[in-house]
Each structure stands twice: as C-alpha cells, then as structure tokens.
Design a protein around this ligand. Structure first.
Ligand SMILES: [Zn+2]
Length: 169
C-alpha cells in the first residue's frame, strides 16, 4: 500500500526524518508488508531508493530498484544494513531526495562499497556495489542515522525548471 513520503519542509515530518531508526529484530509478515509498502510508495513517487523512516517508520530497512537501461539496480531490500568497506576513491555527483522534491545538490561519496544486511526473512546478505547503487545504499543508510543529503552537499542546492534525469532517493 502506498504511503505518504515525509517532507523535510514540514517541521514535524523533519523531526521524524532526523530520528535514528531502530534495528529490526523480528522477521515475519510485518517485515514483508513494510517492504511492500516501501516499494509501492517509492514507485508512486518515481524514486529509486527509500528508507522506512521516509514513510514514518523509524526502523532500519531500505529498498532500491532502478530498471532503466545502463545502470540497472535489481529490486533490493536491506534490513539493518551496514557498510563494511568503502573505496578511497570518491565521486562527486548530483543527488536528490524524495523528502526534498525537486531539490538537488552535489554530494561526494565513496565510489564503491561492500555491505552486510539481512533480507526480510532475517537471512544474512553480503554484497558489493558501485555507481548508482553504491550511492543509493549510502544515502539510505544516512537516512537511518538521521542524516540528510543537504548535510553533505558541496556548494548550493538548486532546482530545475524542467524535468531532469537525476532520480530521487
Ligand atoms: Zn533521501
């Protein structure tokens, strides 16, 4: 079920976005239902990544999915995700966020990471990511820690008059 994505410009929604999300300890129908709601909400907003706190659930779950050509990201759910390694090489790229519609900025992040997490059934997953997926995972884990991309932006935030290609996460 699609849920409303919290907006940083609304003060009580911003205070939820600044909360530190709690680890998920029980796995079952409610974990799968949360993941489904997150995909529905993310798809409705045409985003490519989402953290549970962005739909008002301060629990450590993130999702990502991007099916357009080139940098495709498979449908992915990570529970209690942790970054276990990140590359020294960093990339400065444009980033947007579903909680800041049509606001963008340049954020520097490690180009590659390895991560560890649980799937919605509580099984351990380990993986590596680069490019857009690495950026999404880092952005969403920041959300779980109450960190927003505007905290990391280099230079000014900006908007576009017309549609641009950067996906919000
Ligand atoms: Zn975001």
């Amino acid at each position: 079920m699609k849920r409303k994505i919290l907006l940083a410009e609304v003060s009580d929604q911003l205070s939820m976005l600044r909360k530190i999300s709690k680890p998920i300890k029980e796995f079952g129908a409610s974990t799968s239902a949360l993941a489904t709601d997150m995909f529905d909400s993310m798809h409705a907003a045409k985003g490519v990544g989402l953290s549970a706190v962005q739909i008002g659930v301060p629990e450590r779950m993130i999702v990502a999915e991007y099916t357009e050509a080139k940098s495709a990201v498979p449908k992915m759910v990570l529970v209690n995700p942790e970054i276990t390694w990140s590359s020294k090489r960093q990339v400065l790229d444009e980033e947007g966020c579903l909680s800041f519609p049509n606001i963008y900025g340049m954020v520097r992040r490690p180009e590659k990471i390895t991560y560890k997490a649980l799937d919605p059934k509580g099984q351990i997953i380990e993986g590596k990511a680069s490019g857009l997926l690495a950026r999404i995972i880092q952005h969403e884990i920041d959300h779980l820690n109450g960190v927003l991309f505007i905290d990391l932006v280099e230079g000014d935030l900006y908007t576009y008059e017309t549609q641009n290609d950067t996906k919000e996460i």
